[in-house]
Write a protein that binds this ligand. Structure first.
Ligand SMILES: *Cc1c(COP(=O)(O)O)cnc(C)c1O
Length: 511
């Protein structure tokens, strides 16, 4: 039996909520102020001649509006987030408490150095951990995210080439499975990008890479583990070939959470690698930030580190502010106003100290174990894209959906009805109809088992052969049904306009 629609449009605790502008009740307000006394306006022509158009609501209406919207949000605190390439893990509350401590939460970058010694020590201690965990001699702390760290690394590489009379090198090699930020960073830095193919088993094609190396190549950017969730076993051979050709080896360290405590990055011959503190060392980042992307540097690149950075003279900390002077003599300049994302540093150090060296090593091991648990259990119905053991994430192709009329997208949408955020879809691009999943170390076996059971059941349903129609309608139970994502991307309606309101099809009709 299906339940008829309710009169209110609400479904139990799932409450329909209009846009706040649609809730506008002129004259309604959350505060009661006495009428303003009559005074002559001095705004002249700048005086507004019409209402500014803010919606009027009482305080309880406003509170309900935003609370209801917040409840429509899926988050790591409400459920499992199998997104790959993102590391959506639980962020211990302790880190949040530390970040809000008076003296850390309210510190100001313009404070005199003498009053911020503790903050500098914190940055320096975190830098020490990052250098120790990677075995690299230097780290630039100021980049604000992974992509910003990539830019920092490439700016150091460009500076080094210019200093060595190699400024004519204009090419960066990037594997085709790379995250989009890699080629984007190279382009932003003024480089041309050439892509390196992947082998059928999901690795960088080393022979193809070597064939492209030459006097015009400035650097090679490689992600390890790569975006197929596989360890690039040829890293050392790649580094040697890259160095022999006079180029630098940039490693995208977004997946460092699979290696922490197990692989010393320096041993792979890496010259620069960003670390996404918000992914590997725990900062909530579902809403797109803030993050931090410290970039570890080899001895060959260390001198070019951007300002400002923290130094210690044996007695006190200070900040090197000016490129071209003192310890920053060869610095390529400034890429961020201040020392970096201090709040994220506090969270990362809090996480690192709470975990300890042994805990960090266990986390990377558990992350890999959980991904392989998904790989083995889901292989009962799904087709893993690559043979063998994966690292912290696992990717399936859509071979298993062949002939069913059901697509990767349909499966992802049906998962929403099961109460799970969908996995990453159609990425990496080198895998047809990819479903990429990263469970992380913080998910319990019970959660993974429930996810596996749901996904296997959906897979069996899809394979029944006559269920494509049903899948195309999913999700059925979400506040909104299948959206026209192409139209939303191409013709986004980002502003509510009273006159256009009637021209926009009602959201019910759009379903
Ligand atoms: C997340 C990610 C990036 C970009 O990092 P941001 O912090 O989002 O800028 C780069 N490369 C890979 C492989 C990633 O997963």
């Amino acid at each position: 039996m299906t339940m008829p629609p309710t009169t209110s449009g609400n479904r139990g605790l799932q409450i329909e909520q209009a846009l706040i502008f649609e809730l506008d009740t002129p004259g309604s307000t959350a505060v009661d102020l006495p009428a303003a006394p009559k005074v002559r306006t001095r705004l002249g022509a700048l005086k507004s001649d019409k209402a500014i158009g803010l919606p009027g609501l009482s305080e309880p209406e406003a509170v309900r509006h935003y609370t209801r919207l917040s409840q429509k949000n899926y988050s790591i605190d409400t459920g499992f987030y199998p997104l790959g390439s993102c590391t959506m893990k639980h962020n211990p509350r302790l880190n949040e408490k530390m970040a809000r401590l008076p003296g850390l939460g309210d510190i100001h970058p313009f404070q005199p150095e003498s009053t911020a010694q503790g903050a500098y020590e914190l940055i320096d201690t975190l830098a020490h951990w990052l250098k120790t965990l990677t075995g690299m001699p230097a780290v630039a702390m100021s980049p604000a995210a992974g992509a910003h760290g990539e830019l920092c690394g490439l700016m150091c590489i460009r500076s080094a080439h210019e200093a060595n009379g190699q400024g004519a090198r204009k090419l960066i090699l990037v594997p085709e499975s790379a995250h989009g930020t890699n080629p984007a960073t190279a382009a932003l830095c003024g480089y041309q990008v050439e892509s390196i193919p992947a082998t059928a088993d999901g690795h960088v094609d080393v022979a193809a890479l070597k064939a492209k190396l030459g006097p015009t190549v400035a650097a090679v950017m490689i992600t390890n583990p790569n975006t197929c969730g596989l360890f690039e076993t040829e890293c050392i051979a790649i580094a040697e070939a890259v160095h022999a050709a006079g180029a630098y080896f940039y490693m995208d360290g977004a997946n460092f959470n699979a290696l922490v405590g197990r692989v010393r990055i320096a041993d792979l011959g890496v010259d620069a690698m960003h670390i996404n503190l918000h992914k590997t060392f725990s900062t909530p980042h579902g809403g797109g930030g803030p993050g931090a992307g410290p970039t570890v540097l080899s001895a060959a690149l260390a001198a070019y580190v951007p300002v400002p950075f923290v130094t210690h003279d044996g007695k006190k900390y200070s900040v090197e502010e000016h490129a071209g002077l003192g310890a920053a003599k060869q610095s390529y300049g400034r890429m961020k106003g201040f020392q970096g994302q201090f709040g994220v540093f506090v969270r990362a150090l809090s996480y690192i100290l709470a975990m300890g060296a042994d805990g960090l090593k266990q986390a990377s091991g558990d992350a890999v174990l959980n991904a392989n648990y998904l790989r083995v259990k889901l292989a009962a119905e799904l087709t893993p894209a690559f043979k063998g053991i994966c690292m912290h994430e696992v990717v399936f192709d859509d071979e298993w959906l062949k002939g069913t009329g059901v697509s990767t997208l349909d499966i992802a949408k049906a998962l929403i009805d099961e109460g799970f955020h969908p996995m990453t879809m159609y990425f990496p691009l080198v895998v047809h109809g990819a479903l990429l999943m990263e469970p992380t170390e913080t998910e319990s076996k019970a959660t993974l088992d429930q996810f596996i059971a749901s996904l296997l059941a959906l897979a069996r349903k899809a394979k029944q052969g006559d269920q494509a129609e049903w899948f195309k309608g999913a999700p059925y139970l979400a506040p909104r049904r299948r959206l026209d994502e192409t139209r939303a991307a191409r013709k986004p309606i980002l502003r509510w306009k009273p006159e256009a309101a009637s021209a926009v099809p009602s959201r019910q009709a759009a379903e």
